[in-house]
Design a protein. Structure first.
Lengths: 233, 237
């Protein structure tokens, strides 16, 4: 009888210990799963890795090109005789490029023009969010300059809906039909909006009138206001 | 009687353990982090790392060159007022482009995926996570409130930055970032903080149980754009 009891105690202790160990292991695993960073490349699948590779390649090439340009400009500054006239020209050249990048100049280049219009079949109007999604898709496809109804979209531009009745961009009232112009790689710009998941095709399915036109010389106007930096140092 | 008790206890324990194991298998399946050890994947991973390193090195080189250029500019303009003015305009332009680190008053907005997914099982679970459109809308509202500089998880937004959904994460400037999203904005903080007003986008997100937080600060620091602006298609007229 005593032996039986002893055996029981041993058994329950060993079960208890093994349960404890199992529970520990489980918690450890939960922790590992929690800590797994889904943005790190260790956890990517093949297709993700391929996308990541082309992404870094592109970034590398961009930085490389920029580096060559900066080095060239630097060399120009050094090579020039120290005459104020020459230096002024160089400074102005640099400033001009910055202004192009800021959107403060009229520009042209290859790209696409998208026209959006409501028809009589539509119960609802095209919204600011629709325009926001299209602009975002164009940027993703590599658009370098974008305008909607001649309002240039720059870094700080907003696209908002006022009273569900009209759209404001850069504080200016914009009315339908919306003409969106984008300069950049034509093929990418167009394909980013068409096909399954393409936003233009989605808008078409809602019955809106949408057209996309490719052009080799799209003209985009400059941003009219002053770009301020009152709060950032 | 005693035996029954032991059997019951054992039964409950194994049930709990089995449940735990099932949950784990499900979790691992859904994270689809299939540690594929095939050689293609490994070599791809190596190549990604190699390119990333090449990029990092080149970027460092670029930073040095830009620094030198700035010094050269400063020294050549000397005491000439006209030239100094031009030089200052260049500096200001680079700041507006997002190519420098900036500090100023503003807000920090945090968006977290919903923590109570089982609260209401009628809701589509995809509504409980922060989407690219949510981030896009919050950014748009901040711009409307006059934000001068914005970053998301330290990715500075420049004029060509797009925000896209990429599986469980969001991609900004070609860089993957995951929840929670920390959005920093510099501008008049009172105005930026109006994002949390009733009926504003943050309150819409809150209805879905998405954790939102907005903090005003006198000292928000936003990093510079970690890349280069390099236009290939735009030509000046």
């Amino acid at each position: 009888m005593v032996i039986r009891k002893k055996g029981k105690i041993v058994m329950s202790i060993s079960i208890g210990v093994s349960c404890f160990v199992l529970a520990m292991v489980m918690f450890m695993q939960f922790k590992v799963v929690n800590q797994t960073d889904i943005t790190s490349i260790e956890n990517m699948r093949e297709s993700e890795l391929r996308a990541e590779l082309s992404n870094w390649k592109e970034k590398y090439e961009d930085v490389n090109a920029r580096n060559e340009e900066v080095t060239k400009t630097l060399q120009e500054y050094r090579d020039k005789e120290k005459s104020d006239n020459e230096t002024s020209k160089l400074l102005q050249k640099e400033l001009e490029q910055i202004n192009v990048e800021l959107g403060k100049t009229d520009v042209e280049g290859e790209g696409i023009t998208i026209t959006l219009k409501e028809t009589q079949n539509n119960d609802t109007a095209i919204t600011a969010d629709d325009l926001l999604v299209i602009v975002n898709a164009l940027k993703l496809a590599g658009a370098e300059a974008i305008s909607i109804n001649e309002e240039r979209i720059i870094n700080i531009s907003d696209i908002v809906e006022i009273n569900n009745s009209f759209v404001k961009i850069n504080g200016q009232r914009i009315l339908s039909p919306y003409v969106i112009k984008a300069i950049g790689p034509q093929v990418y710009l167009e394909s980013s909006l068409l096909g399954s998941g393409g936003y233009v095709d989605e808008l078409k399915s809602y019955g809106y009138e949408v057209s996309i036109e490719k052009g080799s010389r799209i003209n985009i106007n400059k941003y009219e206001d002053e770009i301020k930096s009152k709060y950032m140092q | 009687m005693d035996k029954k008790k032991v059997a019951l206890a054992l039964g409950i324990m194994s049930a709990i353990l089995t449940y735990g194991i099932c949950v784990q298998i499900k979790t691992i399946n859904s994270t689809n982090s299939s540690y594929s050890t095939s050689s293609t994947v490994n070599s791809l991973r190596d190549e990604v790392l190699r390119y990333k390193e090449r990029y990092d090195n080149k970027y460092e080189e670029l930073e040095k060159a830009e620094e030198e250029l700035e010094k050269e500019r400063e020294s050549t303009t000397g005491n000439n007022d006209e030239l100094t003015k031009l030089e200052e305009q260049i500096k200001e332009g680079n700041k507006l482009l997002g190519l420098t680190e900036v500090t100023g008053e503003g807000v920090i907005v945090t968006l977290k995926d919903s923590t109570s997914p089982t609260l209401n099982s009628v809701i589509d679970t995809s509504q409980l996570v922060v989407h690219d459109m949510d981030v896009l809308s919050v950014i748009n509202e901040l711009k409307n409130a006059g934000a001068e500089a914005i970053s998301i998880n330290d990715q500075r937004l420049v004029s060509t930055s797009a925000i896209v959904c990429d599986g469980n994460v969001i991609q900004i400037n070609g860089q993957k970032v995951g929840a929670p999203f920390e959005i920093k904005a510099i501008g008049l903080s009172e105005q930026l903080a109006a994002l949390s007003r009733p009926g504003g986008y943050l309150s819409v997100l809150q209805e879905y149980g998405i954790g939102t937080e907005i903090v005003k600060s006198k000292n928000v620091t936003i990093p510079k754009y970690a890349g280069s602006i390099n236009y290939k298609y735009v030509k000046s007229k």
